[in-house]
Ligand binder design. Structure first.
Ligand code: 13P
Length: 239
């Protein structure tokens, strides 16, 4: 069984979410997390069997943070996972490793598992620095966390150039990267983590991707907003 994480970003309006819930009701949801936009988290919790995740969390606790959502607030809604360090937040919101440490600490304090995203951009890949970049993204954060929290983290390897482009690394490349990530975290911190692959996962490539044994699941953007396609991917990941 592979973990399936849908990151619905800001693709859907309220009616789209209602339709998505209704059309995917027959799906097997035990291993499926939907990271909904904040306004729809309650809808998913009330009316679906999905495990619910958030797409972001505040660096601070409860208090004077206008426009933010705290880990305690997410926990009070019933959220059990949250994405941290997505490449869109690294680039659009200039988020840093220091911020990811604070976010992860806030999440684990409220029993929410962080889905920590890492990945190289195209220039870095073409310069053959993928492992340096990904290694640094891990070390800058993992070095500052409490040892006992590390295995609560789910790592998502998402090459930036594969997000929303229809381009996907080869199975060998994904296997190599997931092994690299797992070995680094095991050797340096003595922790075993789940590693997801993300970037243009869809109904056409899911069978092939499923052949990679070192991948524990997927972080899925666009295809997680299309009910039929998402149901198909879920059905391929439930065993
Ligand atoms: P796509 O599946 O649309 O490429 O998005 C991947 C992603 O960013 C998930 O977090």
């Amino acid at each position: 069984m592979k973990l399936v994480v849908g990151n619905q970003k800001t693709y859907l309006n309220r009616q789209d979410v209602v339709n998505f819930i209704n059309k995917t009701r027959e799906g097997h949801c035990e291993n499926v997390i939907i990271c909904a936009s904040f306004p729809y988290i309650d809808l998913y919790i009330e009316d679906s069997n999905y495990i619910i995740g958030a797409q972001n969390v505040s660096v601070k606790g409860n208090g004077a943070s206008t426009g933010e959502i705290s880990a305690e607030q997410l926990n009070s809604l019933g959220v059990s996972y949250s994405i941290v360090a997505h490449s869109e937040r690294r680039s659009d919101n200039k988020e840093t490793s220091e911020m990811f440490v604070d976010k992860i600490n806030n999440l684990v304090k409220y029993d929410i598992r962080p889905i920590f995203c890492i990945g190289e951009n195209l220039d870095q890949r073409e310069a053959n620095t993928t492992k340096d970049i990904v290694g640094r993204q891990i070390i800058e954060v993992f070095d500052k966390l409490n040892k006992e929290d590390l295995e609560k983290i789910v790592v998502a390897y998402e090459p930036v150039w594969a997000i929303g482009t229809g381009k996907v690394p080869t199975n060998d490349e994904i296997e190599d990267m997931t092994n690299y990530i797992k070995d680094l975290i095991q050797d340096k911190y003595g922790a075993r983590v789940l590693v997801l692959y993300g970037g243009s996962v869809n109904e056409k490539n899911i069978d092939e991707l499923n052949q990679i044994e070192t991948v524990d699941g997927y972080l899925i953007g666009g295809a997680s907003t299309k009910p039929d396609e998402f149901l198909y991917i879920m059905s391929k990941c439930e065993k």
